[in-house]
Design a protein around this ligand. Structure first.
Ligand code: SF4
Length: 322
């Protein structure tokens, strides 16, 4: 829950979630929809799905016993090096060093690493230094102490070096480089597109989805019809234009269902999803390979790009609440 979400936001979710699913068995056996419902509002629903898949694999493959080494913990779905090291060290006393943004800052300053810390090579170097530094007698305390040092003392700007317990050993402090370390190469500004999509439902409650052309980006995946907002356009105007171009129908835009941000490797999007009613015409696949009217419970059966997949989850929760 704490990946991408602040502690104060996560606390009430944590209490509700652990009351509803008090152990790994109950989480593994729960209906997916119940887990997603308990997660509703936290966003990044893949975390909930991954956690339940991990619970299922603990129950089905590991006799209900949570693994206790970083390698085996990392084999669970949704768990990467950071989380596995945190769990292994804090819960099981395994000497696995946690490396997050705070730790990167502390270690790079401590050792005076002036190179770009966002590169894989430097990150690996920092992980190796962190692994050497870890106190194997109290690895959980050590990890939490370094993260806390980074969060409270060795802050990005104006670190409180005079109060810092490791200042004597700190290269950046002793060579007046705390301003320039850690160094991150400036990121190139990536384009950010506003995308509008329409959720069209027919009288029997089926939803309209479109198959992207094979030769386009995300080809072969399904999506809700829509497109890019052109400069100067309102969302409603853009959506009704797009649906006319893509489906050959007249529509009226209804309530906004959600807004989803997503970053691809070379651009970002904000996807605005609206309920749409077709007022004239029969939809035709003018810009897609195929159109289908599907039942909401069939959404899981179709491959969707990430942002649309997020939308299907939100949509299913919304439709279930009707
Ligand atoms: S001495 Fe300053 S720069 Fe070095 S670790 Fe401590 S707070 Fe960070």
């Amino acid at each position: 829950m704490l990946q991408q979400t602040r502690v104060d936001q996560a606390i009430p979710y944590f209490h509700r979630f652990t009351e509803q699913f008090p152990d790994v068995q109950s989480l593994a056996q729960a209906e997916r929809q119940d887990v997603l419902k308990a997660w509703e509002g936290l966003g990044y629903y893949s975390r909930a799905r991954n956690m339940q898949d991990a619970a299922r694999s603990v129950v089905n493959n590991l006799n209900g016993r949570f693994p206790d080494t970083p390698e085996n913990i990392r084999a669970l779905k949704g768990i990467g090096p950071y989380t596995s090291a945190a769990i292994a060290s804090i819960a099981f006393g395994h000497p696995a060093a946690v490396v997050d943004g705070n730790v990167i800052r502390v270690i790079s300053r401590l050792f005076g690493i002036g190179e770009d810390v966002s590169t894989t090579r430097v990150k690996k170097e920092i992980q190796e230094l962190a692994d050497e530094l870890i106190d194997s007698g109290r690895p959980g305390d050590y990890n939490q102490a370094v993260m806390e040092l980074g969060a409270t003392v060795c802050t990005p700007s104006n670190p409180d070096c005079l109060e810092c317990p490791v200042s004597l050993h700190c290269t950046a402090f002793n060579t007046a480089q705390t301003e320039s370390i850690p160094y991150k190469a400036p990121k190139k500004k990536v384009p950010h597109h506003q995308i509008v999509v329409g959720i069209c439902r027919n009288e029997s409650g089926r939803l309209l989805i479109a198959l992207r052309p094979e030769d386009k980006m995300l080809g072969g995946l399904w999506e809700f019809p829509g497109g890019k907002v052109e400069p100067g356009e309102q969302h409603k105007q853009a959506l009704e234009r797009e649906l006319k171009e893509e489906l050959g129908v007249e529509t009226v835009t209804g309530a906004k269902l959600t807004e989803i941000k997503h970053a691809y490797s070379h651009f970002k999007i904000t996807l605005h999803a609206y309920l749409s009613s077709i007022t004239k015409g029969e939809p035709k696949a003018k810009a897609s390979r195929e159109l289908r009217w599907i039942r909401p419970d069939e959404l899981q059966d179709y491959p969707f790009p990430r942002a649309n997949r997020k939308l299907t989850e939100i949509l299913q929760t919304y439709l279930a609440s009707l």
